[in-house]
Design a binder for this molecule. Structure first.
Ligand code: NAP
Length: 319
């Protein structure tokens, strides 16, 4: 069976893939160009795709009828037209659970980096500014007793809630469906935005969540509140966010994801009260290996065992 891997993966994952499949392996950290991707997929049985690879009708046509499984190396699958795959009987899989802890940890790290002014302090020292310890020097904000408002309370949101609770934060959340299995307060999105000191986004990117946080939503936030996004860039209207930050109608933002990755809005780069991270939510070796191993087992299940993997993503007909 032939599998196309669109990007370099950890060595252990490559070895496991090679043990079961004939690989077309792109040994590069750079994504393929669209034409490279379209020619690379021709005639393959399986695909390992990254969130930057758009899987749509055009790509599926280019792959041809042999393609049976798309293993997306991410939990989010907004880059994949799942219905187009379903129409052709192609299984799409993602990598849930194994990256939950790493992404939740990065979220807490970003909150601390911003509220305790760690990145700002680092920049300050590297500029060789004069300084001395003083009771009023570069004061930040502690987490204890602060209100954390989670937009989305799935796997990652719930882990952020657990870690934040251990740090003494009060947690509330907004989802479409309130959960009865959690000890956190469910609020409407409007109430959550008006109430939270820290608003953190943990929804998938869908048509419904595109620009879920725009100018009207930012206007509901408190002037002392910060916005954290470790979900997907387009969930936040980046220009509206830059407006709010420049006008100081909110106090800061910490972002791991961007609307037009890898581009970062120049207005955000210019602001001191913004912490930026190059999409590192799941970026630990053990997590990236575990994500890769989920892709390997999905490919094996579909192509070698004729089974549907547990991490197959739902289609409209399976709802
Ligand atoms: P999940 O378990 O599916 O949770 C998604 C949550 O979002 C659910 O609570 C869902 O609840 C809520 N939601 C969906 N649509 C909503 C809406 N319109 N308004 C409010 N809430 C909504 O997903 P997960 O594993 O936690 O991952 C979440 C996302 O994080 C992924 O899709 C991915 O894009 C992103 N992510 C980023 C990184 C990174 O590197 N930065 C790493 C991993 C994941 P309801 O359906 O009840 O609304």
């Amino acid at each position: 069976m032939e599998v196309y891997v669109t990007r370099r993966v950890p060595e252990r994952v490559r070895e496991e893939l090679e043990a079961s499949f004939h690989l077309r392996y792109r040994d590069s950290e750079q994504p393929p160009t669209r034409s490279e991707l379209l020619s690379g997929v021709a005639g393959v049985d399986g695909l390992v795709t990254m969130l930057t690879d758009r899987v749509d009708d055009e790509l599926l046509d280019a792959a041809g009828p042999s393609l049976r499984v798309v293993a997306n190396y991410a939990v989010g699958y907004d880059n994949v037209d799942v219905e187009a795959c379903a129409r052709r009987g192609i299984v799409v899989t993602n990598t849930p659970d194994v990256l939950t802890r790493a992404t939740a940890e990065l979220t807490i790290a970003l909150v601390l980096a911003l509220l305790r002014r760690i990145v700002e302090g680092d920049r300050f020292l590297r500029r060789r500014e004069p300084w001395i310890w003083a009771p009023t020097f570069m004061l930040g904000i502690g987490l204890e007793g602060r209100r954390l408002g989670l937009v989305g309370l799935g796997r990652i949101g719930l882990e952020v809630a657990r870690l934040a609770s251990a740090l003494g934060m009060e947690v509330a959340y907004a989802t479409r469906t309130p959960r009865c299995d959690v000890p956190y307060e469910a609020l409407s999105l409007r109430d959550l935005l008006a109430h939270a000191d820290v608003v953190s986004i943990h929804t998938p990117l869908t048509q419904e969540t595109h620009h879920l946080i725009g100018a009207p939503e930012l206007a509901l936030m408190r002037p002392t509140a910060i916005l954290v996004n470790t979900a997907r860039g387009p969930v936040v209207d980046e220009e509206a966010l830059a407006d709010a930050l420049e006008a100081k109608t909110i106090a800061g933002a910490a972002l791991d994801v961007f609307e037009r990755e890898p581009e970062v809005c120049a207005r955000l780069l210019a602001l001191e009260n913004v912490v930026l991270c190059p999409h590192l939510g799941s970026a630990t070796l053990e997590t990236r290996e575990a994500m890769g191993m989920l892709c390997v087992s999905a490919l094996r299940e579909v192509l070698l065992e004729g089974r549907t993997p547990a991490n197959a993503v739902p289609t409209q007909s399976s709802h």
